[in-house]
Design a protein around this ligand. Structure first.
Ligand SMILES: [Fe+2]
Length: 359
């Protein structure tokens, strides 16, 4: 049992000054950190200021009774130990006090040994609860810190994987980041949740990872690709899928990003690749990604052609809206383009500033 009471704050509330004096005299010998109040109102005020571990209160007091004090204290701080006492208390008072969460009750005149024993037990119980709360807080903080570190590692790894592709092809450097920016911008316009935006962001950053398996000379070829070369290039969604399919995206993001990557060249009308899937078979994220991909690609220079102007890019979207490209995704994308005066550079710069994904 605890014998060092110096740091244990005890608040005594009683309208009888003689009882306050008596209890103070006794408890001072044990070096409790004592506070006294001569009525309920002062007692509650002092409680709020000092936050004692234990409250020792008389039940029968004018205005605010010990039972009412108990109710108020337990509402503010359920862990505070409240001991009620009374000289003329009835069994009903005691039962009511215990029902309301009183730790114990004492009867006047006080048995000093019992008083000290009760206070000591309450002090230990309070300390135990505090330790438990601190342990829980520490554990929660550690979990939060580790989750944050893991999340950072996750996104840095995603970024590094994305860069791996682009390092081999200077003409498409930044392509995946810009596609991710535009796709997340479209996702926000469509009212998707933060979680869904995160999924689109990761899929955007990785969507062309399969190009690591495409020979560099094809990636940088200054003329149009020949049919066999196009066939080789068209393997990149499946290669990308194979590369990332074992990453536990479902556990970290709640959705399989590799499926979205696999579908990013599919079209609603089945004219895309690799599987020729149609509207209902496609993930919304893939539909968003394909719109972003085409806008970014058309707005950028390639070794075999100059960048298209925004009018041509918009015409491509409008022409195939609801046919090859998701109608809502195109409308959201057109809105973003219009908000940036049909200027591709401004579009991506403003997305980078205001629509920044969580990496
Ligand atoms: Fe691609």
């Amino acid at each position: 049992m605890n014998t060092d009471y110096r740091n244990i704050k005890v608040l005594i509330i009683d309208d009888d000054q003689r009882i306050l004096d008596f209890l103070c005299t006794i408890l001072k010998r044990y070096e409790f950190d004592l506070y006294t109040a001569s009525d309920g109102e002062k007692g509650i005020e002092l409680f709020k200021k000092e936050n004692p571990s234990i409250i020792l209160t008389d039940i029968n007091m004018p205005e605010i009774t010990g039972i009412e004090i108990l109710k108020i204290i337990k509402k503010i701080s359920p862990i505070t130990q409240v001991i009620v006492f009374s000289g003329v208390g009835t069994t009903t008072d005691v039962i009511e006090a215990l029902r309301l969460g009183a730790s114990d009750y004492l009867v006047k005149p006080f048995n000093i040994d019992l008083l000290i024993h009760t206070l000591s037990r309450c002090a230990e119980r309070h300390e135990l609860i505090m330790e438990r709360i601190e342990r829980k807080d520490t554990l929660e903080r550690e979990v939060r810190e580790r989750t944050a570190a893991l999340t950072l590692t996750f996104y840095e790894t995603i970024k590094a994987l994305g860069l791996l592709t682009e390092k081999r092809d200077p003409y498409t450097a930044g392509h995946q980041q810009r596609v991710a920016l535009l796709a997340t911008g479209i996702g926000r316009k469509l009212g998707l949740t933060q979680k869904e935006i995160e999924i689109i962001n990761v899929a955007g950053l990785l969507h062309d990872i399969g190009k690591v398996a495409v020979p560099t000379e094809l990636l940088v070829k200054p003329s149009k690709l020949m049919t066999p070369e196009i066939q080789l290039m068209k393997l990149h969604p499946e290669i990308g899928y194979d590369i990332i399919k074992d990453i536990p995206f479902v556990e970290s993001l709640g959705k399989d990003v590799s499926r979205i990557v696999l579908q990013h060249h599919e079209r609603l009308d089945g004219t895309g690749y690799p599987k020729g899937l149609t509207d209902d078979e496609l993930e919304l994220e893939s539909k968003i990604l394909s719109v972003s991909d085409v806008v970014e690609a058309m707005s950028s220079h390639r070794p075999y052609r100059a960048a298209f102007d925004m009018a041509t890019t918009k015409a491509e979207l409008i022409d195939k809206k609801g046919i090859a490209y998701c109608l809502e995704c195109v409308d959201a994308c057109l809105e973003l383009i219009a908000e940036n005066n049909d200027n591709a550079q401004r579009l991506f710069a403003s997305l980078a500033l205001s629509n920044r994904p969580p990496v």
